[in-house]
Design a protein around this ligand. Structure first.
Ligand code: FES
Length: 535
């Protein structure tokens, strides 16, 4: 099997009788209201991919992992001969993505359930589906002949990798997102020092998760992909060049891997769009001449931003005072609809203040337990969350052109919280669409109601703890121990302090740790998996 890197999270796999394209994000308009762009630029590959997907002598498949527009590129998909192509997507409970995919007129649209084999001309593919209502994503394993490619992209199924390796290994090539894709701490009003400390912590935590994935899977190749993107809008350009960032590039990650993993057999590669790897021989058989490096990075991004001027200018316009006030009215309506559907609103203790920059005296104050929204002229310095955005940047959201999740990923806002404590329900209130909030609340309650416990052995100490993470239900038996006391969830890497009753280190969640002997834990020996998590 031959693998061509298409840029960002895109790959083109070729076997003698088939072409399988994964997450082709190739159009030049950017994602999330033109805030993210492919890094390096890959738009020139669109025509090549179209040609490969027009070859009638081959079975042709397009896989889209999830609905985020840096993976799901409707403009590019619409340019394909879709009536000759099979599309493969995960089956999510939320219908919007599959309905949108169905509209392209594919020869066949395969809606895949988790871990089900889909045969094709020279092999098989299999999707691993993660659907928590807050995050929907999938990973793909493509197997042909003696080679296989496991592409996790952004899908956080780190707690399942041991089982996947046992069932479907060996893995020839593995790719997973190692760079961040979230608005914390990027868009929070931290001073630079705090921002840098939090960014580094987040960056290393993510690096650690992928390093562990490499250890578990032991692939021949690790291919750095699925980010980072770059931000070319003049308002966001500075994010590319901050001293510390949650968007590190591959060379930083590789330096970490060399220290962390030492001499492993896995070869690490940072491909450029168009590079081709022969998975059978392990040789890169084509490498693009233009390479992005630490040295040319800043000049490259600035020149790229200049090339994309026209795209970015097309979304800019002046918004009148009257229109800004109308934006506040519309925002209030939308937030009210969300509030009504948020059954767990009592849990959000601090009010949320939402301010449209051009209408600074008309602030929306959301009081969650009282289920009301008021207009106020100012906000307190403490005991509150706050979100501030420009009317222009809110309009695509209010017009239904982007979702709340996409608006937040656009990074076109600032947030603050005083005190600085993460609130999972507030996160869901902001990131989830109104109609999905009941399912979001149900999912939290279901995760909390899982009562299975496990025993964790650290040296000569033993703790009984909840086995499933209170955040989104990851299996904590696949986690690890840091600093001899913190149990780390493998999915989003929350830390639970075993010496403080299992309390999460940055919010109120707990896995209720009890230092105990097996007898005292009150669990059946046969039903309680005992793990000696690696310190
Ligand atoms: S599932 Fe998100 S931190 Fe555990």
């Amino acid at each position: 099997m031959r693998l061509t890197f298409l840029g960002h999270a895109g790959f083109l796999l070729e076997t003698p009788n088939a072409v399988v394209v994964l997450d082709p994000w190739l159009s030049p308009h950017g994602a999330f209201d033109s805030s993210w762009f492919q890094l390096p630029q890959n738009h020139h590959l669109a025509e090549t991919v179209r040609q490969k997907l027009s070859d009638p002598s081959k079975e042709r498949i397009v896989y889209v992992s999830h609905e985020h527009k840096d993976h799901f590129d409707p403009v590019f998909l619409a340019s394909l001969p879709t009536h000759e192509i099979t599309a493969v997507v995960p089956f999510f409970k939320r219908a919007a993505f599959r309905n949108e995919m169905a509209g392209f007129g594919w020869k066949r649209l395969v809606l895949c359930q988790d871990d089900v084999e889909i045969p094709f001309a020279d092999g098989m593919l299999r999707l691993f589906v993660s659907d928590s209502t807050l995050n929907r994503d999938s990973a793909i394993l493509v197997h042909s002949g003696s080679t296989s490619f496991l592409d996790l992209n952004d899908c956080k199924i780190h707690d399942r990798l041991g089982n996947i390796a046992r069932a479907y290994g060996p893995i020839t090539a593995f790719s997973a997102q190692f760079s961040g894709a979230i608005w914390h701490p990027v868009r929070y009003d931290y001073d630079e020092r705090t921002h840098n400390v939090l960014s580094k912590k987040k960056m290393f935590s993510k690096f650690e998760a992928v390093a562990r994935a490499i250890q578990v899977l032991n692939p021949s190749h690790f291919i750095a992909a699925a980010g980072p993107a770059c931000f070319l809008d003049p308002d966001l350009l500075g994010e590319n060049f901050r001293t510390s960032s949650i968007f590190p590039r591959a060379p930083t990650f590789f330096r970490f891997l060399e220290r962390r993993l030492g001499n492993v057999a896995t070869r690490f590669a940072e491909p450029m769009p168009g590079d081709v790897l022969d998975l059978s021989t392990g040789a890169w058989i084509h490498q693009s001449e233009e390479r992005l490096t630490d040295e040319n990075f800043e000049a490259y991004v600035r020149a790229y931003a200049a090339r994309m001027q026209e795209v970015l200018a097309s979304r800019r316009r002046n918004v009148s005072r009257l229109e800004s006030e109308r934006v506040v009215d519309r925002l209030e309506e939308v937030l009210r609809a969300k509030l009504e559907r948020l059954s767990l609103r009592d849990r959000i203790r601090m009010p949320l203040f939402v301010q449209v920059e051009e209408a600074p005296d008309s602030i929306l104050r959301v009081d969650f337990p009282a289920a009301r929204i008021d207009r106020v002229r100012s906000m307190p310095d403490d005991g509150r969350h706050a979100l501030r955005a420009k009317a222009l940047d809110l309009l695509p959201l209010l017009d239904g052109k982007i979702t709340w999740d996409e608006f937040l990923l656009s990074l076109r806002f600032t947030m603050s919280r005083k005190p600085d404590v993460y609130d999972a329900v507030l996160h869901g209130f902001l990131a989830v669409e109104a109609e999905d909030l009941p399912a979001f609340c149900d999912h939290i309650l279901a995760a909390e109601s899982r009562q299975e416990r496990m025993l964790v052995q650290i040296g000569d100490r033993r703790y009984s703890v909840h086995r499933y993470c209170p955040h989104q239900g990851a299996d904590l038996s696949q986690g690890w121990i840091e600093k001899g006391r913190y149990l780390v969830c493998p999915r989003h890497r929350w830390q639970f302090d075993l010496e403080d009753g299992g309390k999460c280190t940055f919010n109120d969640c707990s896995i209720r740790a009890i230092e105990t002997s097996r007898e005292e834990a009150g669990v059946e020996a046969a039903a309680a998996p005992e793990i000696a998590l690696e310190a």
